[in-house]
Design a protein around this ligand. Structure first.
Ligand code: NDP
Ligand code: GDR
Length: 362
């Protein structure tokens, strides 16, 4: 059976991908960072006792900024497939730590590609690079496909452009099976808490249980093509099973404004929301609330705007065309946005019910 190595295994996609590859019989190695407290919450359910025989899921300490460490892990594990998912993945934060972002997200990809080369594994090890729709940035074309020109709008997107092109270059220069998946936004209950969808579903759950009154948002007019992470990790795997190394756009082809995601998510807890006012004075107000279990009041200002969440340069509109992936890989998403929103809101309501119980118990 095959062996895979995943960077970023503790993240949203890393956890779903590890689960997916284990279900296919792979031995999965994951790179996790040393942290001052436990950072493996998303993969704890996959943990296997390191003393047991025939371990299929093995974690290694490492970091994309440390080339020697990466070479050592690749040499030890001799992977058939590497999935480079590790990154400082928050667009807004990349404006605060641009150099760190470039080093991890850009040069980190180079370190992996070069490790494969110096170890002489070019013909054995395939590599998947987690590229992003953020590279399209300032709208050049709608919908965006593999041939749409890039115009990155953040230090994150610029770093990911380096990773994209160095992946293409190593494929062409050294004949490596190196591919980019250009993935549009994908979410899940495992999504990091500060990305917009999760921030919304968490905020709604907290308000529903009376733990908060208001959620402060940034630019609610941007539009994103949101899919489910579970569908997208399958696409990553399909990219590396294709007979030729190529780059693929993975998207749903449907775009939604952040404000409409907010309205949909509130509907899941029985709340009808209306937006009043303009610009930074705009507010989201509860018009009706049909679920007596939850503590919403009519007229409650549940959404307010805080310019602190605006980005110096924004990506206004993303909508992907994944015809190539559908045709050549047979990829087809199973989740709709409605299913995604429902799953995320329900998961966060359950989470905060437990938190509330524990808080009251103390
Ligand atoms: P997450 O932020 O959830 O996970 C990022 C992972 O990278 C975490 O495991 C994190 O570790 C790890 N990491 C961060 N810095 C380093 C470092 N210096 N060395 C090694 N590992 C590091 O991201 P997602 O799972 O959402 O995304 C996975 C990848 O796909 C990322 O590269 C992202 O940029 C890209 N992408 C994501 C999209 C999305 O919509 N989710 C869309 C397109 C691309 P720790 O847990 O310790 O922080
Ligand atoms: P994005 O995701 O920047 O698209 O990058 P994010 O969820 O952070 O933002 C989406 C849009 O929502 C707007 N927004 C807010 N965003 C956040 N985080 N917090 C807010 O309060 C808020 N209010 C409005 C943003 O301005 C933006 O327009 C994600 C990451 O996973 C990247 O790693 C990945 O490459 C891309 O998706 C595809």
């Amino acid at each position: 059976m095959k062996t895979a190595l995943i960077t970023g295994v503790t993240g949203q996609d890393g956890s779903y991908l590890a689960e997916f590859l284990l279900s296919k019989g792979y031995t999965v190695h994951g790179i996790k960072r040393r942290a001052s407290s436990f950072n493996t919450e998303r993969i704890d359910h996959l943990y296997q006792d390191p003393h047991a025989e025939n371990q299929k899921f093995i974690l290694h300490y490492g970091d994309l900024s440390d080339a020697t460490n990466l070479i050592k892990i690749i040499q030890e594990t001799q992977p058939d497939e590497i999935y480079n998912l590790g990154a400082m993945s928050h667009v807004k934060v990349s404006f605060d730590i641009p150099e760190y972002t470039a080093n991890t997200d850009g040069i980190g990809a180079l370190r992996l590609l070069d490790a494969i080369r110096v170890l002489g594994l070019e013909k054995k090890t395939k590599i998947y690079q987690a590229s992003t729709s953020e590279m399209y940035g300032l709208v050049q074309e709608v919908p965006q496909s593999e041939t749409t020109p890039f115009y990155p709008r953040s230090p994150y997107a610029v770093a990911k452009m380096y990773a994209y092109w160095i992946t293409v270059n190593y494929r062409e220069a050294y004949g490596m099976f190196a591919c980019n998946g250009i993935l549009f936004n994908h979410e899940s209950p495992m999504r990091g808490e500060t990305f917009v969808t999760r921030k919304i579903t968490r905020g709604i759950a907290q308000m529903a249980l009376g733990l908060e009154k208001t959620l402060y948002m940034g630019n609610i007019d941007s539009q994103r093509d949101w899919g489910h992470a579970k569908d997208y990790v399958e696409a990553m795997w399909l990219v590396l099973q294709h007979d030729k190394p190529e780059d693929f756009v993975i998207a749903t082809g449907i775009t939604t404004r952040v404000r409409d995601f907010i309205i949909m998510a509130f509907n899941e807890v029985g709340v009808t929301l209306a937006f009043n006012g303009e610009g930074i004075d705009e507010v989201g107000v509860v018009v009706s609330s049909s679920n007596a279990e939850f503590s919403f009041e009519i007229g409650q200002k549940v959404i307010q705007i805080d310019p602190a969440y605006f980005r110096p340069t924004e990506v206004d509109l993303l909508i992907g065309d994944s015809t190539k992936a559908k045709t050549k890989l047979g990829w087809q998403p199973k989740y709709t946005l409605e299913m995604l929103v429902k799953e995320m809101v329900q998961a966060d309501v359950e989470l905060f019910k437990k938190e509330k119980y524990l808080k009251n118990y103390k």
